[in-house]
Design a protein around this ligand. Structure first.
Ligand SMILES: NC(=O)c1ccc[n+]([C@@H]2O[C@H](COP(=O)([O-])OP(=O)(O)OC[C@H]3O[C@@H](n4cnc5c(N)ncnc54)[C@H](O)[C@@H]3O)[C@@H](O)[C@H]2O)c1
Length: 282
């Protein structure tokens, strides 16, 4: 199961990051999306990450150029998976969309292809049967890829256990630290803790206990970290955060999801759109 060719489904926040890191790690990468506009945003995002990597001397300009030459975009899903050893799926966090995508991949991907989903909160068993080859399917979940480098490996009960070591090795080659989630769990390991934290911040805001800035400040100053919960939400993307939050059953999550929706309806999606809880330079 040697991995050389990587197919990324979804050219959004995470698909772009995973794709760029894979190219930096020497893999040939094809990124597929249904919206051509996503490619422009993806290129901008990658340029910005590349700038940071060069200025902090993590990669040279030459290494970035070589990586960019290994990465291509396509609107043609058959072309995207034609020679893929592995698929990393980062399409919108919506069960129906993901099920349709995996049904299609099961029809068009080569036999050899390993199937992975980067879902934040869904369980792989809700997608596995749609592939038609559930033993080849596993959740392989990244965080921010460059700054936060944990990758969760979470099999479903029907995953071929031989995939685990392949994904551990692939994760390390992508400069990540793999962790194994021994049984299916919504939110893996870190996201379970993160959701409680972000939910608590949302509750403080919705109940008008404090301002966005002061909630963030309280966390940042006490923990000596550069981002508080609302800046983290901006980096995740408020639409992605909403997809998770609005499905949670408790009243506080529902109220916070309703607040997130007002931002989304105003086109404020966070860093990727230039404005969310905060504004960002283009
Ligand atoms: N944003 C994060 O911080 C983060 C972190 C870890 C995991 N994730 C997960 O990664 C996945 C993607 O999240 P994101 O934040 O990158 O979302 P995003 O909205 O930034 O990007 C999603 C992309 O998927 C594309 N898309 C939609 N339907 C498609 C289809 N049928 N085929 C191909 N492409 C399609 C969209 O055009 C868009 O470009 C979600 O499952 C999310 O839970 C996100």
């Amino acid at each position: 199961m040697e991995i050389q060719q990587v197919c990324i489904l979804g050219a959004g926040t995470l698909g772009s990051r995973i794709g760029f890191q894979a190219a930096l790690s020497g893999f040939e990468v094809k990124i597929y999306d249904v919206h051509e506009a996503s490619f422009q945003l993806s290129k901008k995002m990658i340029d910005k990450i590349a700038e940071g990597l060069v200025s902090s001397k993590i990669y040279s300009t030459e290494a970035i150029q070589l990586a960019l030459a290994r990465l291509s975009y396509t609107l043609d899903d058959e072309e995207a998976v034609a020679s893929a050893d592995i698929i990393s799926e980062s399409v919108t966090e919506d069960l129906t969309i993901k099920q349709k995508v995996w049904e299609r991949m099961g029809q068009i991907a080569p036999e050899k292809t390993i199937f992975t989903t980067n879902t934040s909160y869904l369980l792989p068993s809700s997608l596995a049967s749609f592939t038609g080859r559930p033993a080849r399917f596993c959740a392989f979940h990244f965080h921010d890829v460059f700054y936060s480098r944990i990758v969760d490996i979470m099999p479903h009960p029907g995953t071929d256990t031989a995939l685990i070591s392949v994904l551990e090795e692939f994760g390390r080659r992508l400069n990540q630290v793999p962790v194994l989630v021994k049984k299916e769990n919504h939110g893996y390991i870190f996201n379970v803790m993160l959701l409680s934290f972000l939910g608590a911040a949302g509750k403080l805001l919705v109940n008008e206990v404090a301002s966005i800035e002061d909630i963030d400040k309280s966390w940042m100053v006490n923990f000596h970290v550069p981002m508080g919960p609302f800046a983290i939400l901006d980096s995740i993307g408020l639409d992605t955060a909403w997809h998770v939050t609005h499905q949670l059953p408790d009243a506080n999550s529902k109220a916070f999801a309703a607040l997130l929706k007002t931002y989304i309806d105003a086109g404020k999606l966070g860093q990727k759109s230039g404005e969310g809880f905060y504004t960002y330079k283009p």
